[in-house]
Design a protein around this ligand. Structure first.
Ligand SMILES: Cc1ncc(C[n+]2csc(CCOP(=O)(O)OP(=O)(O)O)c2C)c(N)n1
Ligand SMILES: [Mg+2]
Length: 302
């Protein structure tokens, strides 16, 4: 498990049982995503596989929600800025029991509640419509301010991509969150080093990312986003700091920078060149599922 940060609170490591539970959830999320991708023969499958551990940590470990009442006023809010990651989010919503697993096969079809890009008016549990990149954190800041004004102890978690760090609005929101001391706000950035036009460091170099968030006043941790234990420990560190502050909604906002691998868990896709939007041949889907299962079971018995 690797965590690097300026300041890492000393908390006990997540138990093996907890890690295994989340790893199993991540495996199911990946499996769902492959099944959904197969309906269209293509899609943002690489992102869903890469971010599955992040989604699993959020939905199977962190989020307070009621599956039967997605609008429950006292829920934590999870905001997906990156609308194109919806396939991974739907898989997580199915894992959470908010969307029936049987509905996943409608993904991307006409009249489906699960369109290719995430839309709040279509899907239970989808808090915002996030396809226009760079808006999620601004909305999250507003929600966190609103919850604090209502004396709520609930949190807002915003999932961003590294491409969204190209957007000025993201940094305006980051600055605003620190100014308003939104201790109830957590950002998670999927640093997969990729964007639509190629590698992030060739489109717009955003590194050094850790130092940027720190200088914007955020409690910053950078972890291997495909290491469930590291993700859980990062959330635990945030919770420890918040508890020390009396569970107040005011305090330093937190960011978890997650280095991930596109296609993670399926070697055939981890090495695919056109990774932003993948075309996967008919005969390859079962190979993908087999590779995913072999990797998951192999790691469990290792
Ligand atoms: C404001 C805005 N600009 C451009 C786009 C077009 N677009 C869609 S996905 C994408 C790539 C963004 O980077 P990232 O989310 O890191 O890509 P990935 O890791 O999924 O390849 C772009 C530029 C958009 N959706 N919104
Ligand atoms: Mg990216």
């Amino acid at each position: 498990m690797t965590i690097s940060s300026v300041e890492t609170a000393a908390v006990s490591a997540p138990t093996p049982e907890r890690i295994e539970r989340i790893r199993a959830a991540a495996f199911r999320i990946r499996h769902h995503a492959l099944n959904m991708g197969e309906v269209q023969g293509q899609g943002y499958v690489g992102q869903a596989l890469g971010a599955a551990d992040m989604f699993a940590a959020v939905y199977a470990d962190q989020l307070n929600y009621r599956a039967e009442d997605p609008h429950w006023a006292d829920r934590d809010r999870f905001l997906l800025s990156t609308g194109h990651y919806a396939i991974g989010h739907y898989a997580a919503l199915a894992e959470a029991g908010i969307v029936p697993v049987s509905e996943l096969e409608t993904y991307g079809s006409d009249d489906s509640r699960l369109p290719m890009s995430g839309m709040s008016t279509y899907t239970p549990g989808m808090e915002i419509s996030g396809g226009s990149l760079g808006h999620g954190l601004t909305i999250a800041v507003g929600m966190a301010l609103g919850l604090r004004a209502q004396n709520s102890t609930k949190r807002v978690i915003n999932f961003l991509s590294d491409g969204e760090l190209d957007e000025g609005s993201t940094w305006e929101a980051a600055m605003g969150a620190h100014h308003h001391q939104l201790g109830n706000l957590i950002a998670m950035v999927d640093i997969n080093a990729l964007q639509a036009d190629g590698a992030t460091n060739t489109v717009l170099r955003t590194e050094p990312v850790t130092e940027k968030w720190e200088s914007f006043g955020w409690y910053t941790q950078r972890v291997d986003g495909n290491d469930v234990g590291a993700l859980l420990a990062a959330f635990d560190n945030i919770a420890t700091r918040r508890a020390a502050a009396g569970s107040s909604a005011s305090g330093q906002p937190s960011v978890i920078l997650c280095d991930t691998k596109v296609g993670r868990g399926v070697p055939l896709l981890e090495t695919r060149e056109k990774a932003h939007f993948m075309r996967i041949e008919e005969n390859e889907w079962q190979i993908c599922r087999d590779q995913l299962t072999a990797g998951y079971e192999g790691a469990a018995s290792a």
